[in-house]
Design a binder for this molecule. Structure first.
Ligand code: UT7
Length: 324
């Protein structure tokens, strides 16, 4: 049986670190409030970086890690809601930046923080159908460009970052075992950004600033409910139980949300990977960035069962179960 196997991972975060202490000078907040309520201590902020620029850096690293050359890639999917431009897609910029073969399909998908798992779902279907052999999947967002830096309810939560994987069509038991993606548009108003592009507008720019808007409490409850459900769906579908999971890599939104999922599944703390204390919520970048770190920290072993789960604006939610 042909499966999509993750052959390489990569990630990139901008150099600039924004600490909770610095935020105390920007909005009426405190390091104590932010760490207690979210678990976040600092995040990265893009200065001159663009979405396609950091996506390209993460992708380069993933290609190197997979020992795959750009001209072997036959599909590029980028998950982002903060693209450089409305069009062309960020994926087309990445294709050009990396010199990936002309004619290869490249497109973006929009599912906010669930974006990477949506992209993985699509890529998996291309691979299993035989349409693609080597796919570059990137999750990337620059939320610093759509944050209202006067709104303490949201500006403390997010950061910028990118992660990438290279998938290869391989025979055998290792690879993506399942993906499940869902949405409920009736809940769009709890988390949204009205319009926008990631490149900064001039003072006279005609595009409305697309500040992110969020109902924190409603979003928190929806996150716990949908991610809990998504984990159970993935386990049931594969006839697995929580004890079979070697590592859960959840969307890095809030330590308390992650804790609630951990308790629902009855997983010990050391089976959950978190890095949100250093990066905050990087939206579509969150899961592949955490995955790349987990790989580099030696947290994944061959044949381990790895569960990914995400939740985001839309509402969207998703899971993927992978045999590493
Ligand atoms: O990818 C998904 C993206 N979004 C999320 O995951 C967000 C999910 N929601 C959350 O993570 C939490 O709801 C928050 C961290 C946003 C808020 O935590 P909370 O425990 O739900 O706090 P709250 O909204 O109930 O606010 C409690 C208090 C309020 O003051 P009052 O009304 O009790 O006087 C807020 O005004 O905390 C206040 N507050 C703050 N205080 C200091 C809100 N933000 C801040 C802040 N610093 N940054």
């Amino acid at each position: 049986m042909i499966r999509a196997r993750i052959e390489g991972t990569g990630s990139y975060v901008p150099q600039r670190v924004l600490t909770n202490q610095e935020l105390e000078g920007i909005v009426d907040t405190s390091d104590d409030w932010i760490t207690t309520r979210t678990g976040i201590r600092e995040r990265r902020i893009a200065d001159k970086d663009t979405t396609s620029g950091i996506a390209t850096k993460a992708a380069k690293m993933a290609l190197k890690d997979a020992s795959v050359s750009p001209n072997e890639i036959d599909l590029i999917i980028v998950a982002t809601v903060t693209p450089d431009m409305f069009f062309p897609s960020t994926a087309c910029f990445v294709q050009s930046n990396l010199g990936i073969k002309k004619g290869v399909p490249a497109f973006d998908i929009s599912a906010a923080c669930s974006g990477f798992l949506y992209a993985l779902d699509i890529a998996d279907r291309y691979v299993r159908s035989g349409a693609s052999k080597k796919v570059l999947v990137i999750g990337v967002d620059l939320f610093s460009r759509i944050i209202d830096w006067k709104d303490r309810n949201t500006c403390v939560l997010f950061g910028d970052g990118a992660g990438a994987v290279v998938l290869s069509a391989k025979k055998g038991k290792r690879g993506i075992l399942s993906t499940h993606i869902h949405s409920d548009g009736d809940y769009w108003k709890i988390l949204y950004a009205p319009s926008g592009i990631s490149q900064k507008q001039s003072a006279k720019g005609s595009i409305e600033h697309p500040y992110l808007k969020m109902q924190g409490n409603e979003t928190f409850k929806a996150a716990v409910r949908t991610m809990g459900k998504a984990c159970m769906e993935a386990l049931r579908y594969n006839g697995a139980s929580a004890e079979d999971i070697a590592l859960l890599i959840p969307h890095q939104a809030n330590q308390r949300i992650i804790k609630a999922i951990q308790e629902r599944l009855g997983l010990p703390e050391d089976k959950i990977y978190t890095n949100l204390e250093r990066y905050g919520n990087t939206s579509a970048g969150s899961i592949p960035l955490a995955l790349d770190e987990a790989v580099r920290n030696g947290r994944l072993r061959r044949n381990d069962l790895i569960l990914f789960v995400a939740f985001g604006g839309g509402l969207t939610w998703a899971s993927a179960l992978v045999r590493w």
